[in-house]
Design a protein around this ligand. Sequence first.
Ligand code: ADP
Ligand code: MG
Length: 460
Amino acid sequence: MPIELTEKEQIWEKALAEIEMSISKPNFLTWFQNTSIAQENNDVIVINVPNTFVKEWLSNKYHKLIIQVLRGLYPSIRNVEYIICAQSVNSQRAAAPRYKNFSIGAEEQPELENIHIDRVANLNPRYTFDNFIVGSFNELAHAAAQAVTKNLGSSYNPLFIYGGTGLGKTHLLQAIGNKIRQDNPNAKVQYLTSEKFANEYVAAMQNNAIPSFKEKYRQHELLIIDDVQFFSAKFKFQEEFFHIFNALYEKNKQIIFSSDRSPKTIPELEERLRSRFEGGMLANIQPPEYEARKAILQSKAAQREFIVPEEIIEYIAHNVQSNVRELEGALQSVFAHSKLLKKIPSLLEIKDVLQENIKSRKKTTIVHLIKTVAEFYNISEKEIFEQTRKKQIVFPRQIAMYLLREDFNTSYPYIGEKFGGKDHTTVIHAYEKIVNGLKTNEKIKEDVRQIRELLYTKEV
Ligand code: ADP
Ligand code: MG
């Protein structure tokens, strides 16, 4: 039986109410907040979504749930489709009364810092899977982390997560530990940084307490070591650690590592330890792309029950590009400022406030990007512009075009012009080649990550 048009709005409202009950709040806010119903035609429901990122997620991850809920309410519904509609961002749901707005006044927001750190396991409960936002940039690492919680010691051992600073490695590692402790409060879990681990080892050595140090670590069911790039060049320690690792590994105890670079690119690392690092599951986290940055900002604002105007979210997402920590910092400045003003600041005011955040990143010009890419691949800046099909020139050129498009939002025709009057379809081809390469080719991923690090995080 067809549904009355007047019911249209209600269909989705009812469905949302049910969906909200069956998934976590951050997920609900991230993926469903700005959706609305577009059409209902021949028992097919079309949902407005704000961007491709949300579209992908609803159709890949939540499609089943959405269909199930809708059919529960209206058995005649056969299918659901999603279309991108920029307006839906400003739909009435964003202004739904359940969210407080900036005129929050004297009411304090709970501080993010949590004091209840589990001293033995060294876990901070603020880092959970529930408030970890997943997108294509970190999807693999997230899936691997979840798999580990379900099959400790047997699915991916060791799990090695790597990626640039501020991209959520510590958050994910801690979320695993927290989940294991939540399922089994007696589980022997410990999180520590590689430096802390090394320091403890040295102290044990000085106190002639190595046997008890080793014994302690052999008891662990889950050992999490963050930032293992600091093992670099500490050869004596690497040797000892190798044995501790083996002892745990042989007993099927789970070991998890993070690093700001892949095992292959950690300098001065003993070969046998490197091969241990690589012997399980390697998962890379990339910097989030524009749509993901927007989703992160929206979700983080929603978690704190603030409505941030779309244009401010977009402004931050465009200008703060390097990592999640910086996005959080920018949002924090907006919150602080709003509280001070007791109103939603205008975009102009925000631009002023964020000057600091944005300036503090190295001001990267296009010229600097070209120079960095050329240097990275050991070719001259002149060569990158040469009309040639030589592979050692074409590939860096494609990388430069990709970064210009992705990070600088430069138009295809403009990029074509810069590179000696190339047709914009050539630029699109280059861009897509790298986009696809990033999905399948570890080397390309690592190159792009390292170039971005040179561009955005190193001091001038
Ligand atoms: P890293 O260890 O890679 O340097 P962190 O785990 O310390 O990065 O993350 C930096 C900040 O960003 C933390 O406050 C963390 O909670 C937040 N963060 C990073 N990734 C995510 C994510 N996917 N979802 C939610 N918050 C994130
Ligand atoms: Mg960290």
